[in-house]
Design a protein around this ligand. Structure first.
Ligand SMILES: Cc1cc2nc3c(=O)[nH]c(=O)nc-3n(C[C@H](O)[C@H](O)[C@H](O)COP(=O)(O)O)c2cc1C
Length: 190
């Protein structure tokens, strides 16, 4: 949050009139992806009528997806949790990544249903994932590729990112200060 906030701070300086919509996955009331939502999902895709409970659940999904669809630019702060992304972010993705809401699928091909110009993603990890270290990214990193893939697949045209490693190290302060600096640079870059 510290590093993503630095990036957002730079964007606010550059675009003081821009609307900022903060979606904090820990504070947002994200519904459980339960039977009701599964029923609503398949009925909605098939064009069938939803009952009252399903319609209410589905409208919650639509309003979350709308916040992504309406964005000109998305900023994401993503910590690594157990080599991947935190479950709350995955819950958000599972809720909103619906056929015909964020992507299309014709039975063979996937396509985007969103047109967002850009996303800036801050990936933060406690350890070091260089190929020369004990936890090489090619084996241990299931965070970066998935998030980039997801954003590109739904239709974010330009996905940029920065990685901050070693926040578990004694030298974490340096890694974080350097990350803040790079985040400001990414936020300022056209
Ligand atoms: C539940 C949990 C799981 C974590 N798993 C990993 C991991 O697999 N690899 C890693 O390098 N760091 C891991 N970390 C460390 C975080 O990625 C690190 O603390 C990073 O700075 C997260 O951002 P934060 O400090 O704002 O929470 C984990 C942290 C938590 C809380």
């Amino acid at each position: 949050m510290t590093i993503a906030s630095a990036l957002i701070g730079t964007l606010r300086e550059k675009h003081p009139d821009a609307d900022l919509d903060t979606l904090d996955v820990w504070r947002e009331d994200l519904p459980e992806f339960d039977q009701r939502i599964i029923e609503a999902k398949y009925k909605w895709v098939a064009g069938d009528e939803l009952d009252e409970a399903e319609a209410a659940a589905w409208s919650q999904i639509e309003s979350l997806a709308e916040r992504i669809r309406e964005a000109d630019r998305i900023v994401l702060g993503v910590p690594m949790w157990n080599w991947s992304i935190p479950y709350k972010l995955k819950q958000l993705i599972d809720l909103v990544a619906q056929r015909n809401l964020l992507f299309t699928y014709d039975g063979v091909h996937f396509g985007p249903a969103v047109d967002v110009a850009r996303a800036d993603v801050v990936f933060v990890r406690g350890q070091y994932y260089g190929e020369d270290g004990p936890t090489p990214g090619s084996m241990f990193d299931h965070q970066v590729a998935f998030v980039k893939f997801f954003l590109r697949t739904i239709g974010v045209r330009d996905v940029r990112s920065l990685i901050v490693d070693r926040t578990w190290d004694p030298a974490a302060d340096e890694a974080i200060a350097d990350g803040i600096e790079r985040a400001r640079g990414l936020g300022a870059a056209d």
